[in-house]
Design a protein around this ligand. Structure first.
Ligand SMILES: Cc1ncc(COP(=O)(O)O)c(C=O)c1O
Length: 351
């Protein structure tokens, strides 16, 4: 009955905090600092002069920050040609612009080499297949083009983004010849405090369209930026009726009593980092890939998220619910270290 009363008063804020599922928990955030919202342009100039100062990463942790282009990225690759950054454009009637229709993928470059490259290339081609969009370049051509972009920018440490749009649509709806881009991004590390102390997540009831496809549509995640800031949360944790899928840019893992490592297996993107963590976990601990619920996090000893731009990141709070001791636990720290090691020793590019 209490839950029903809660539902009757269900508001956007309730959704954000997963309050229905976490109904009886403390309603008071214990470490909720409210950051002022900086104007992105002001922030950009501030940041250019003070590059060693930490910034509110929940809003600005994307590798596409314009400063990256200004500092060193000189060339992208567009439809087969290395192109100066300032001349890399899309036609205005491309479906990416009109309808947000397109795919992408994103991976790190370390010491001049793309990390876990084969996995990302495979996922890019799989995403295209699922949208019935043939990529007008072969795997070998895409492979060579990525190396060309890395070389042209002298990129030792950074990231590459593959993008393919639906192409120009004369009727504004039907895909035509896709536009394919390879964009280079400079390194943009996240603030160390997220790894030392853990980050917070904001539960939000939502299901991404076409969850197995890495589409370019992140509208909901971007829309939630003010709520994230208000609750000092790093990312939003999507769920449906309390069943977790993923965050808007990461996969989620919980360490439940046992210990058992649990991660959802459906309604989410099959992350490359998640795949590697599951491989690492195989020989170390009991693993369950199954439905995971928001209320199970009340008894979680640890929780972490995984993603290409962040590796393994500890989570210390979900909504108002503190996770475990509120500090990164032993299992999370194991995976942080083991995954970093795996990245360092990655030789899949050569294989
Ligand atoms: C929606 C979503 N889920 C999960 C992930 C994590 O995937 P990966 O580890 O391949 O970066 C991402 C990464 O961007 C994502 O956007």
């Amino acid at each position: 009955m209490a839950a029903r009363a809660g539902e009757a008063n269900y508001s956007a804020e309730d959704n954000l905090l997963g309050r229905i599922k976490l109904g009886n928990l403390s309603k008071k955030a214990n470490s909720c600092s409210v950051l002022g919202a900086p104007n992105p342009l002001v922030f950009h100039y501030l940041w250019s002069g003070l590059s060693n100062i930490e910034h509110p990463a929940s809003l600005y942790n994307d590798f596409s920050h314009p400063l990256n282009e200004i500092k060193m990225i000189k060339h992208h690759w567009v439809n087969g040609n290395l192109t100066p950054v300032g001349q890399a454009h899309l036609p205005v009637s491309d479906l990416a612009i009109l309808r947000g229709f397109g795919i992408f993928d994103f991976f790190l470059v370390k010491e001049g080499f793309p990390i876990f490259f084969r996995d990302y290339l495979n996922r890019f081609f799989a995403s295209a297949d699922q949208l019935y969009l043939p990529i007008p370049f072969s795997r070998q051509e895409m492979h060579s083009a990525v190396l060309e972009v890395i070389r042209a920018n002298g990129l030792q440490k950074g990231a590459i983004r593959l993008v393919m749009t639906g192409g120009v649509a004369s009727d504004g709806f039907t895909p035509s010849s896709p536009n394919v881009m390879i964009l280079a991004h400079e390194d943009h590390p996240l603030p160390g405090r997220y790894y030392q102390e853990g980050a917070a997540l904001l539960p939000f009831e939502y299901q991404r369209d076409l969850p197995r496809v890495k589409t370019i549509n992140y509208s909901m995640g971007i829309h939630l930026r003010r709520d994230l800031q208000r609750l000092d949360a790093f990312e939003a944790l999507y769920h449906q009726g309390g069943k977790l899928s993923e965050t808007f840019r990461s996969n989620i893992f919980a360490v439940l009593p046992g210990p058992i490592l649990v991660t959802p297996g459906s309604h989410m993107l099959h992350g490359i980092t998640r795949k590697r963590v599951l491989e690492l976990a195989g020989s170390e601990m009991k693993v369950e890939v199954r439905d995971l619920y928001l209320d199970e996090l009340q008894s979680a000893q640890e929780c972490f998220i995984t993603g290409s731009n962040k590796g393994v990141m500890p989570i210390n709070r979900v909504g108002y619910q503190r996770i475990g001791t509120g500090h990164p636990g032993e299992v999370t720290r194991f995976f942080m270290k083991a995954f970093a090691e795996l990245q360092r020793n990655d030789e899949t590019f050569f294989g």
